[in-house]
Structures are given as structure tokens and as C-alpha cells.
Design a protein around this ligand. Structure first.
Ligand code: FES
Ligand SMILES: [Fe+2]
Length: 388
């Protein structure tokens, strides 16, 4: 079961009530915003300063670098980052930039290597970021262990591993405190999930021609399913129905499946919700986790720093077991195809059309309804960051 039994019972009671009364969680009023937030270059610059450089980003799941010597590289908002599992088991996060002349140090997306040699002049770094070797060091003029050599280690980023995820702050001079960033409510929920014991099945990186906020809004929207996914996903769910726990600026929610009907004669909490609802999680500013019976979809969405009409999206599948036999692989691949087909064929084109509309001069404002709770939370948190 994903949750503590208290949370499971609480959410089940809420969803049962919504099904009986054909209702959904609602806020007090509408929220308006201007479509220009998707196109304005000044807004995008402020987002970089106030959000992407400052806030802890859920860069990876811990199982993406499972053992000492494992590494991945990934493109965050403005930085290409090298994440390593060091010999002592802790995580290192560094700008993927050689400190000699600035070449990208590591080209591979992932692998097992505890030393990294720059392709240009052969400088070598260990996976704790220290400079260990300099080509022709006598003629170059510094040694790895001398004062100047020690200063030429990789630029380290603030990093913290917590509840099975690796958070990074993109500004090397920044600070990180994941518990404070999450707030008590979401920190507690993540502790209940126990995802530090989970495994990483695979990752895919998508580039979509829409602003990162359009993509985020699509991932957390429960209102559109009956209309946009009428023939694909919608038949399995009660439409326009979400039971939500607001956890500070974050939230978790259940979308009840039609199958929930079968357990409604029992007390709420008698059954684990895993099979009867999809559980969603919003981690502001830019991550979403969708929990299914056999796997979790873990999404992160980054602004493209050069183009307000583009974003970079990482999708990872996490699983409770690392045993990927033929049967499990079959189930996961089938789910992967259903999810990515719906996103690529149905959600992304709508998001692209919002992006096109936003480029229309004087397109004006749009609004979120009382039932669009998760989207309102995202936009309120966004305003919070931007006005800080
Ligand atoms: S740029 Fe890396 S060794 Fe010269
Ligand atoms: Fe959708």
C-alpha cells in the first residue's frame, strides 16, 4: 500500500463521498491569469532567477545511480549536470564542465565509472569532483594536489538525497533544505511511500514545443479527461472527480477508477486504494508523480532557457521490484505505450495550441475553475515564487 492506513482511509472516505454525490473537491473561487505568462521573455528570465536557479529540483531517483561508481548526466534548466554515487555512498552533483578550458566533461547519459577524463587535454577527475590528473603536468605548470590544482576541482552544486530522490539546486552558491522545501505534509507523505526502496525501470527525455507551465498544467489536470481522452483513458474513471489533500504548496490526490464501485459497500480504508484510484502528486515548482498499481510515473518539466515556447520533460518509470522479467517488462511497456500515446497524441497537441494562442497579441486572460484545484495550487505557488 502506498499510504499509511490513516491516509488510505481518509482518502477513500473522500472518494466514496464524491462517487455517491457526483461531486469533486473545489476551492472558493476562480483564478485568472494572463496567457502572456507563456510567451513573455522577461517572465522567463525571472523564472530562471527565482525558480530554476533557486528551488531544489527533483533531478533523479536514487536508483538511477544505485552503487558507488554509478553516474548520470542530465540537462536541467541552464546547466548540464553530472550526478555521481561516491565511494562512501553519498551523492555528488557537479557542473559537467572541465575546469581547464570548459569542455563538457562527460558525454554519456549514464554508466559506471569513478573517474572521468576530459576528451580535450586529458584532465581527470574522481567522482567526488576532485582533480586527479593533468596531462603533461610539469609543462602545464600545476599539479592536482597543489593549491591551484585543488581549486580546479569540478564546480559542486548543493545536493540532497531524501526519500529516494536526489534534489539539486542549480546555483552553486545556493543552499538546499529539502524538508523545508517540501513542508511537513509532503515530507511525511513521501516518507510513507518508502520510494527509497524502489527501482528505476527507464527514463525518456521529451522536447515539446510549449512552455513548461503549459506542460505542468496538463499533467495535473483532472477536468479534461472525459473530453480530451474520451475514447482512451476516460472510460476507466469517474469524470471530473478528485479527492485532494492540500499539503502546503504541494498536493496529493486520488482519481477514482470505475472499479471503486466494487469496494464501496465496505468501510473506507478496508482496501488499499492502489488498485481503485490513480494517485497523483504535485511537487512545486516542476515535478509530478502519478502512482499506478505496478509502477510510478515520475515527471519533471524544465523551462527551455532559450525559448519560451519549448520545454524539456523527463519521464521515468519507477517500480517496487528490480526484477524485470519478460512478464513484468511486458506490463510496463504496455503501460508506457498507453501513457505516452495519450500524452503525445492527445495532451501535447492541445498544449501546443495553447502556446500558439498565447503568442496572439492581446490574447488576454484565461481562468481556472473551482474544480481545477491542483492547477490553481500550481499557479498560486508559481505566483508565490515569482513575487518572492
Ligand atoms: S578542456 Fe578539459 S582538459 Fe582541456
Ligand atoms: Fe491528459
Amino acid at each position: 500500500m502506498y499510504f499509511s492506513s490513516e491516509r488510505n482511509a481518509r482518502l477513500a472516505a473522500k472518494l466514496f463521498q464524491h462517487i455517491e454525490q457526483t461531486t469533486t473537491d473545489r476551492l472558493d473561487g476562480l483564478l485568472e491569469y494572463d496567457l502572456a505568462i507563456y510567451t513573455c521573455p522577461d517572465t522567463a528570465k525571472r523564472e530562471r532567477d527565482k525558480i530554476f536557479q533557486k528551488a531544489p529540483m527533483m533531478a533523479a531517483h536514487s536508483a538511477q545511480i544505485p552503487t558507488p561508481g554509478s553516474f548520470i548526466t542530465l540537462q536541467l534548466n541552464s546547466s548540464n549536470v553530472l550526478l555521481t554515487r561516491k565511494q562512501d555512498g553519498s551523492v555528488g552533483a557537479f557542473l559537467n564542465i572541465c575546469r581547464h578550458r570548459g569542455t563538457q566533461l562527460v558525454g554519456a547519459a549514464c554508466g559506471e565509472r569513478s573517474r572521468f577524463t576530459c576528451p580535450y587535454h586529458g584532465w581527470t577527475y574522481s567522482n567526488d569532483g576532485k582533480l586527479r590528473g593533468i596531462g603533461f603536468q610539469d609543462s602545464f605548470g600545476i599539479k592536482p594536489g597543489d593549491e591551484q590544482g585543488l581549486e580546479r576541482g569540478l564546480v559542486a552544486l548543493p545536493v540532497e538525497e531524501r526519500h529516494g530522490f536526489i534534489w539539486i539546486v542549480e546555483d552553486p552558491k545556493g543552499a538546499i533544505d529539502v524538508r523545508a522545501h517540501l513542508g511537513d505534509g509532503m515530507d511525511q507523505a513521501l516518507a510513507e511511500y518508502g520510494l527509497d526502496q524502489w527501482f528505476h525501470y527507464k527514463t525518456h527525455v521529451f522536447d515539446f514545443p510549449q512552455n513548461w507551465k503549459v506542460m505542468m498544467d496538463g499533467l495535473i489536470d483532472g477536468y479534461h479527461v472525459q473530453f480530451l481522452h474520451g475514447k482512451t483513458i476516460s472510460p476507466y474513471f469517474y469524470p471530473n472527480m478528485m479527492g485532494i489533500e492540500i499539503l502546503g504548496r504541494n498536493a496529493l490526490w486520488g482519481n477514482p477508477r470505475r472499479a471503486m464501485e466494487k469496494i464501496m459497500h465496505e468501510p473506507p480504508g478496508e482496501n488499499s486504494l492502489d488498485k481503485f484510484a490513480i494517485i497523483g502528486n504535485l511537487f512545486v515548482p516542476n515535478a509530478v508523480m502519478v502512482m499506478h498499481p505496478h509502477h510510478i510515473e515520475f515527471w519533471t518539466v524544465y523551462q527551455d532557457p532559450n525559448n519560451t515556447a519549448a520545454c524539456r520533460v523527463h519521464l521515468r518509470y519507477l517500480t517496487p521490484s528490480g526484477d524485470y522479467d519478460e512478464r513484468i517488462t511486458g506490463i510496463l511497456e504496455k503501460n508506457w505505450k498507453i501513457a505516452t500515446d495519450a500524452i503525445i497524441n492527445e495532451d501535447v497537441p492541445v498544449g501546443n495550441s495553447i502556446q500558439a494562442s498565447s503568442a496572439t497579441p492581446n490574447a488576454g486572460s484565461v481562468c481556472l475553475g473551482r474544480n481545477e484545484v491542483t492547477n490553481q495550487l500550481f499557479h498560486l505557488a508559481y505566483r508565490d515564487y515569482m513575487s518572492a
